[in-house]
Write a new protein. Structure first.
Length: 347
């Protein structure tokens, strides 16, 4: 998505953030714009996170608060803090150091900038989704407590999840312009965890082509009609909220369809699992690589002497290679100690 945004500014002199696909001036520009608007990654991750963690808190009900929060902190914060320091370094090299940079780093490191009504206080813009994730981490034990207080039946737990989800959406709508719909994605994952057994037969009968087609259609309709959901959302109930409801339904169905499927041990599956394993490092470093390429190497401007397809291919290849190298290094230096410690704790 961020590569496509840079390509839009470079090749088409347009900020894809500001236009729907219907505003494209050519079919190839429209294709790039649709790729930019199809922001699957973060939203799917929220649904998946709600599903996996709710298995522990709402289905199994065997998680303790202190070990859970300690585990989440050790898993996410060291890499994020390192990436924020590097982001601050890149600002320094570009002579754009913010005022009170130490306080700004602390504000970002502990996600206190979530409720600001602009993006200018983000040292690393992608971490807004980590902030949303941490709001979910902290909220989930409260949701589980509400569910236990209400009762032990699945129906009572479901009512508690829905009530807490709607309350979270209302609070976020009032206090944050980031969009209450993100809470809906976590709630969708939690509902899928609670209702998976009840829906198993229906899920298995649903063909893959139908689930995937609905997923693509929902994203295309939103991209065609509305500027991207990455923009800060206005108050009220607008197109993004309608899109979020539709996305929650189709992504929940696709999640359960995938969870019910048995994957073989093919090369493609193994590669996919490896990418998943280092995906947090990719998440933290990909945008910093893109920024560093522009600041330190002058890319993609220096590639303009080449034909457009060649320039775009070289730019993408260089970004992917650099991101992959740095992400793998970050994984082994920062994240691998966490996984080793967790294995020892389980033993």
């Amino acid at each position: 998505m961020h590569f496509v945004w840079a390509t839009g500014a470079w090749q088409y002199q347009r900020d894809f953030e500001l236009h729907p696909v219907s505003a494209a001036r050519s079919w190839h520009e429209g294709a790039w714009m649709w790729l930019y608007h199809s922001q699957h990654g973060v939203y799917l991750f929220f649904v998946l996170s709600g599903y996996l963690l709710s298995q522990r808190w709402l289905v199994a009900q065997n998680t303790q608060l202190r070990p859970y929060l300690t585990d989440r902190a050790l898993r996410t914060l060291p890499g994020a803090w390192l990436a924020l320091l590097v982001a601050l370094g890149l600002l320094y090299l570009d002579n754009k150091m913010p005022e009170h940079s130490g306080l700004r780093w602390l504000e970002n490191a502990f996600f206190l900038n979530w409720f600001r009504y602009d993006d200018t206080h983000h040292l690393l813009i992608v971490t807004w989704s980590l902030q949303a994730e941490w709001l979910f981490y902290v909220s989930l034990p409260i949701v589980a407590w509400c569910a236990r207080t209400l009762g032990n039946s699945q129906r009572q737990r479901l009512i508690a999840v829905l009530a807490c989800g709607f309350l979270a959406m209302a609070l976020l709508k009032v206090t944050s312009i980031r969009g209450a719909a993100y809470a809906l994605f976590f709630t969708t994952g939690a509902v899928c965890a609670l209702k998976q057994n009840d829906w198993r037969t229906t899920i298995q009968k649903t063909p893959w082509w139908l689930a995937l087609t609905l997923y693509v259609v929902v994203n295309f309709v939103y991209a065609w009609t509305t500027a991207t959901a990455a923009r800060l959302q206005a108050s009220g109930f607008g197109p993004f909220e309608w899109h979020a409801i539709a996305f929650a339904l189709v992504s929940g169905a696709l999640l359960l369809k995938t969870a019910e499927h048995t994957f073989d041990d093919s090369l493609i599956v193994r590669i996919g699992r490896y990418i998943g394993r280092i995906s947090y490092s990719i998440y933290l470093w990909h945008l910093l690589v893109l920024i560093a390429f522009a600041q330190l190497l002058g890319l993609p401007k220096r590639l303009e002497i080449l034909p457009n397809p060649v320039a775009i291919a070289l730019y993408l290849s260089a970004l992917v290679a650099a991101t992959w190298f740095i992400s793998v290094a970050s994984f082994y230096v920062v994240e691998k100690p966490y996984f080793s410690r967790r294995r020892v704790d389980k033993q």
